[in-house]
Design a protein around this ligand. Structure first.
Ligand SMILES: NC(=O)c1ccc[n+]([C@@H]2O[C@H](COP(=O)([O-])OP(=O)(O)OC[C@H]3O[C@@H](n4cnc5c(N)ncnc54)[C@H](O)[C@@H]3O)[C@@H](O)[C@H]2O)c1
Length: 344
């Protein structure tokens, strides 16, 4: 079967180091080329993609290349919508890393264009493809902890200001911990629980860059409540704990670990069955132990997208999910009390 010709647009840290390498290893994909206005980023990416790959400063030129079937967009958030619309106009499948757009007007335009195109389209909520999260979803759907009442979560990536890309320091250009990190957890909770957010509120702190820590509270249609902490100024972590009426499910993406705790009897003696591991996870747990930085969800998400672009019936996080997550972030921000931590 012919491989899907993929164009990578945006060759910064995540584009080159993660997406380009993952696409290079995907048997069903052929990297047609890379595009980035920055010459150094282009040169770095070309070394990874190889000499046969087209290298262009102009993303539109690469999108229009006759060998391009699908476009993977890893540019900064502010240009996601215009690039996604250009890919749709050229009749290409499109994958946009998370934050579909900065405004709901732009996000709706991308949803409309991708749905009208009939081509595969995905927003890069790669955490849905992590084996821990997929197993958790199966357990929740099978009723392992009953009706979920409460979720607590934290996702923090400590990042010195000096190493943050300029766009990430300012909320206006798509930075901020709630938009950057919280978006993943908002999407995960909706997907894990098959539920929708009805109320959202937040408190934001700007310590060294705009909104670099955020506290989020959600109320879901089922009545479940979600409390989250997202920060560029806290220790590295990514976990969720779901409390149901029959047990507790805990996921830790960095450990990585999944624990299911259910009471074995109704009386006060707290005997619990715990399920710290599951057989299918052993190979990637071993790989993670050997290479702690290894993260399986990006490659799995991209392979699913390439398969869908090639015509396979694969379920992808849709642009509509990106729009919904953005709506939730904006609704939460509209309630936020901004708390700049200024000394003296
Ligand atoms: N897990 C995830 O979902 C995840 C993780 C990290 C980053 N991201 C997203 O990936 C995107 C890039 O993040 P990063 O950390 O690599 O940023 P970065 O600043 O390191 O890289 C962005 C690159 O895009 C290039 N660029 C700028 N304008 C462009 C344009 N019009 N066309 C093509 N390229 C352009 C820049 O020159 C730069 O090389 C952001 O949207 C970010 O939110 C997603």
């Amino acid at each position: 079967m012919a491989r899907v010709g993929v164009a990578l647009v945006g060759c910064g840290s995540i584009g080159s180091a993660v997406h380009l390498r993952a696409l290079g290893r995907a048997p069903a994909a052929r990297v047609v080329g890379i595009a980035d206005p920055d010459a150094a980023a282009r040169a770095r990416a070309q070394r990874i993609a190889g000499r046969d790959a087209v290298a262009s400063a102009d993303p539109l030129e690469l999108i229009a290349h006759p060998d391009t079937d699908a476009v993977v967009i890893c540019a900064p958030n502010a240009v996601h919508a215009e690039l996604a619309l250009a890919a749709c106009a050229a009749d290409r499948a499109v994958y946009v890393v998370k934050r579909l757009a900065l405004t709901t007007v732009d996000a709706r335009a991308v949803v409309a264009a991708t749905e009208a195109s009939g081509r595969a389209a995905a927003v890069g909520f790669n955490h849905r493809f992590h084996p821990l999260h997929r197993r958790a979803r199966e357990l929740l759907r099978a009723g392992a902890i009953g009706r979920v009442r409460a979720v607590t979560t934290a996702f923090c990536e400590p990042m010195p200001v000096a190493t943050m890309p300029a766009w990430k320091r300012s909320r206006a250009t798509g930075g901020g911990a709630l938009l950057d990190l919280g978006s993943h957890q908002i999407d995960l909770v909706r997907w894990l629980l098959d539920d929708e957010v009805e109320q959202a509120s937040a408190r934001l702190q700007s310590e060294l860059s705009d909104d670099d820590s955020a506290e989020l509270r959600l109320e879901l249609g089922s009545g479940a409540v979600v409390d989250g902490w997202f920060s560029f100024r806290s220790g590295r972590c990514d976990w969720l704990q779901l409390v149901g009426d029959r047990g507790v499910l805990t996921l830790d993406r960095y450990a990585p670990q999944l624990r299911l705790a259910t009471a074995r009897c109704d009386i006060g003696a707290v005997r619990r069955g715990t399920w710290p591991a599951f057989a299918a996870s052993r190979p990637w747990q071993l790989r993670k132990a050997l290479r702690p930085a290894w993260e399986p969800s990006y490659a799995r998400a991209l392979r699913a997208f390439v398969a869908a672009a090639g015509g396979a019936p694969v379920e992808l996080p849709a642009p509509r999910d990106g729009l919904r997550t953005l709506e939730v972030v904006l609704a939460a921000e509209s309630t936020a009390i901004a708390e700049p931590l200024v000394e003296g």
